[in-house]
Design a protein around this ligand. Structure first.
Ligand SMILES: Cc1ncc(COP(=O)(O)O)c(C=O)c1O
Length: 384
């Protein structure tokens, strides 16, 4: 019998969530953000599952893009941080990757590279990143028009899209988002070009930001970046279910400590279950005492420190639980956001932090056909 820990990935739920994002786009354009191995869900499988819906994918770097191309993905791929070194540029051009251009050093290296090109019919689409207030990446608002016009003078440059990233879109009372939107819109009107601003919280919570190309990430995976009370949050369907089983159950009398550091001490006779899942799988070691864990669908409490391959739960709420019974660490019945709160973090880190040793099991799609690089054979339509 194999270790029971597995991440079940519901690709039909993924498609449902992408469609929700798309429905928010007046222009009908949403680039699916599948960086960091599609937030831990498996970039190739996710791209394959969205191949007939999403007109483009976004990743963090050329290595992530190359992996998709090698697997047979044919959509345009956007590199969200552009290139890191100029030697990526020939490959970028060859594969038709689109790049974010965020800094002066990139502009100079790009200009030098393009100037050295022999005649080429290759076209490089640029997403010109503007720092509208987040102060992480992007050209200053005041210099963006100049950079735009310089780009227009370079050979092989195709479409230029103005883009920016929002710092506070998950805070629906913040004045930062309207201010950032206003700065980007003013530039767009001056330059008369397409734009892209909205990430998941903006798509879900800021209708005014739903312009041009949307860039949904976390919402595709069914985790809301906004509070559960937001209308759209309830429409998202969780894509990943991290499930395992009890591999041991024991009774302990009152006053006995459980696990490393003896953090949890029984207050009364208590049944303790051991679950095959630990920080060596990506489950956070700093999960607090009482973090919810579902055993046979019943909410139980984490009891004691998470170890590398196992964690322990207080089975008081589920007194009949036995070895082999099913455990959900997060999923449809236990939102990853709720677990994240108990770990003082966000769903993004739990999902992207799931380590490779956890097998991903794809529902609604033949994973062999996805992973062996023959996407042509994948059935794209997956009715629920
Ligand atoms: C530039 C950019 N756009 C879009 C996204 C997607 O964000 P989210 O997952 O919040 O939708 C990210 C993710 O970090 C990003 O860096």
């Amino acid at each position: 019998m194999a270790r029971p820990l597995v991440a079940e990935i519901d690709l039909a739920a993924l498609r449902h969530n992408y469609q929700l994002a798309l429905d928010c786009s007046p222009a009908g354009t949403a680039v699916a953000v599948i960086k960091a191995n599609a937030y831990g869900h498996g970039a190739i499988a996710v791209a394959a599952a969205l191949a007939d819906l999403a007109p483009a994918f976004a990743v963090a770097c050329i290595e992530e893009a190359d992996e998709l191309v090698a697997a047979g993905i044919r959509q345009p791929i956007l590199l969200l941080e552009g290139f890191f070194t100029a030697d990526e540029l020939p490959r970028i051009l060859r594969h038709g990757y689109e790049i974010v251009l965020h800094s002066g050093w990139q502009l100079e290296q790009l200009a030098a590279f393009l100037a050295g090109l022999q005649v080429t019919d290759a076209v490089l689409n640029i997403w010109l990143k503007v720092d509208t207030g987040m102060h992480r990446l992007g050209f200053a608002v005041e210099e963006a028009a100049m950079v735009y016009r310089r780009l227009q003078t370079l050979p092989a440059i195709g479409k230029i899209t103005l883009t920016s990233h929002l710092a506070c879109a998950d805070d629906l009372s913040s004045g930062t988002t309207p201010a950032q939107l206003q700065r980007l819109q003013a530039l767009q009107q001056e330059l008369d070009c397409p734009l892209s601003l909205a990430n998941s919280p903006a798509i879900m919570g800021w209708p005014a930001a739903r312009q041009g190309w949307l860039r949904p990430g976390i919402m595709l995976y069914g985790a809301s970046p906004l509070g559960a009370e937001q209308a759209q949050s309830g429409q998202l369907q969780p894509v990943m279910r991290l499930r395992s089983e009890l591999i041991s159950v024991r009774w302990l009398p009152a006053g006995e400590a459980v696990g490393y550091g003896a953090r949890f001490v029984t207050q009364r006779p208590t049944r303790i279950g051991v679950v095959a899942c630990g920080y060596g799988d990506g489950y956070p070691r700093h999960a607090r005492e009482g973090t919810p864990v579902l055993v046979n669908g019943v909410r139980c409490r984490l009891a004691g420190r998470v170890s590398m391959d196992m964690l322990t739960v207080d089975l008081s709420a589920c007194p009949d639980a036995q070895v082999g019974d099913e455990v959900e660490l997060w999923g449809a019945e236990l939102p990853v956001n709720e677990v994240a709160e108990h770990c003082d973090t966000i769903s993004y880190t739990l999902l992207t932090g799931l380590l490779p040793r956890v097998p991903r099991r794809y529902l609604q799609m033949d994973v062999q056909k996805v992973t062996d690089g023959r996407l042509e054979q994948v059935e794209a339509a997956m009715p629920r």
